[in-house]
Ligand binder design. Sequence first.
Ligand SMILES: Nc1nc2c(ncn2[C@@H]2O[C@H](COP(=O)(O)OP(=O)(O)O)[C@@H](O)[C@H]2O)c(=O)[nH]1
Ligand SMILES: [Mg+2]
Length: 290
Amino acid sequence: MKKTFGAKLKAFFKIPTFNEQFFEEFEDMLIEGDLGARTAMEISDAVRERAKEEKKSSAVEIQNLVKEVLRGKIEAYEPTLIEGETNLFLILGVNGVGKTTTIAKMATYYQNMGKSVLLSASDTFRAAAIDQLDLHAQRTGTRIVKQGHGADPGAVIFDAIQSGVARKDDLILADTAGRMHTKDNLLRELQKIDKVITSRLPKGGNYKRFLVIDATTGQNGVSQTELFNQAIGIDAIILTKYDSQAKGGSLIQIGERFSIPIALVGTGEKYGDLELFDKEKFLNTLVGIE
Ligand SMILES: Nc1nc2c(ncn2[C@@H]2O[C@H](COP(=O)(O)OP(=O)(O)O)[C@@H](O)[C@H]2O)c(=O)[nH]1
Ligand SMILES: [Mg+2]
């Protein structure tokens, strides 16, 4: 089995010999862990300083030092609903990252809190996408607003808002397409959707844009964030497939470059496999503590 970044880090510090080769390999490992070149250098410098000051540094000490450097780079985001208002969460991300699955998990999560949820099948680009969300709606007992394959996604969201407001739903979860014929098409489509929401959601409504990042895609998560953030702005990240060996090192770069916090973590394929992001736990796992 492939070792996690945290396990590698731990093993690396078993017998630290602080020479130039050590620091070169150390930086390479940090970059492989998707922490990015800048953070890698920052951590490497901090360890260098510590090693010089204290002569010897134990694995645990260095792991904690790495954690300290990382701590200021990411924040948690609590996805709370505004009571008595229409909340709308737009779920964005490239194909296959887990948007539709996460929507079903979020529906379950908020329904368990006693909230009424409405799904908007606004990924109309793929025919199967509507059926997939529809199946999740049936299984989780959630109401859904949908139109046919190829329909205008803005129109679907428009309908969902009208219906959700009329029925006083607490939360509308809107699916989106992750791919279109061209990247420009996709971005324009998302901007149109965004405009429909900002102009149609009643005053006092709570609109948040969530970007889903697949933990296993590593460095690509950073360019995906840049793309979607430029298009309409992202409020928070949802990290999926955290049950894999990948422990989301790219979130450090995302936090550093775009200051976008992390709301939720997907830990499997079942409806209950969704957790609130816990920063301390995340960092401990990332650097191999515990
Ligand atoms: N192991 C695991 N698989 C996931 C998770 N979230 C989604 N998936 C799987 O990823 C695949 C793509 O998910 P889907 O929701 O269709 O992605 P979308 O294209 O972004 O809507 C499916 O096989 C899901 O079961 C997760 O947290 N862990
Ligand atoms: Mg989907």
